[in-house]
Design a protein around this ligand. Sequence first.
Ligand code: PMP
Length: 369
Amino acid sequence: MQQRPYNFSAGPAAIPEEVLREAAAEMLDWHGSGMSVMEMSHRGKEFISICERAEADLRELLAVPADYRILFMQGGGLGENAIVPLNLSRGGTVDFVVTGSWSQKSFKEAARYCSTHLAAGNAAGQHTTLPDPAGWQLSAKASYLHICSNETIHGVEFQALPDLQALGSDTPLVIDCSSHVASRPIDWSRVALAFAGAQKNLGPAGLTLVIVREDLLGHALPICPSAFDYKTVADHGSMFNTPPTYAIYIAGLTFQWLRRQREGELAGVAAMEQRNRAKAELLYGFIDGSQFYENKVAPDCRSRMNVPFFLRDESRNEAFLAGARARGLLQLKGHKSVGGMRASIYNAMPLAGVQALVAYMREFEQSHA
Ligand code: PMP
């Protein structure tokens, strides 16, 4: 079988080849039903079985506690920037820690629905570090605190989620984990709500995952659209209105793929975490050892998923990208707000893909240094 190119897109991003092949094989007739999944009623027994299995597999993969509800929604990460305050702010103040473009957008959007307070940020260091939680200026009674646990554009990742209880606060923590969900375990003792667009680590665009502690349901502001009221969505098993059925199906195949992954004794998300650590160490190690490339993020805050890097001589950027494309290394151009390059190395990127990238980077350096 021919090797597909390695796709380093930040999202929509690579999907495991096994998943794409399964979906292709089942495209015209899912399990003898005579229907494509796209053609099924979301209320029929076939799709209900797909959706229930996806939810159960995800609950197991992420060890989601029984008192948290899993919601399959639409609207994306930016939709959640409005939907979270509409559901959780209760007319009070919301705290934000702004560590890059995505938490900045969340902070700005929430101000349309509630009063907001900047508890900490890293703008002074151009979003290359993370502020120590011990120094966060928490409001006395915030409805919740929002962080982006992995900033996709700036490439900073919380290696441990903040323990607000240890800081003497019982404020619920909300995490936008769009770009590293399922790449590592989530410590639910620290998290009240996690949301993620699916299009990086879970499947196709169109599905937004929300995992929320049950006691936070039922407090939506009156202006919250019914289809975005978490309690309404939860009460209807994510079927208050038509859910993104095909995206849920592909995410479900991805969850099955994740459950099959092994690294030694480790399985599922723990296996992925080990593999992701090895991939990131290889790439950062090479960049740090080179005079030709540079990553500007503080080592203890570096994202394992999104690796922004720069050629010290930026006049070579176009040649670098053209050479990469010619070798089947796709979508390495950095985000326009940061420039340079970005390699997104989500779960679906095998170690061999990172090895191929490093080999190319070494070769390019040798021929241009
Ligand atoms: N949050 C994060 C961390 C993201 O990376 C993105 C998308 N790149 C978003 C939110 C926005 O997601 P969407 O485009 O699905 O609204």
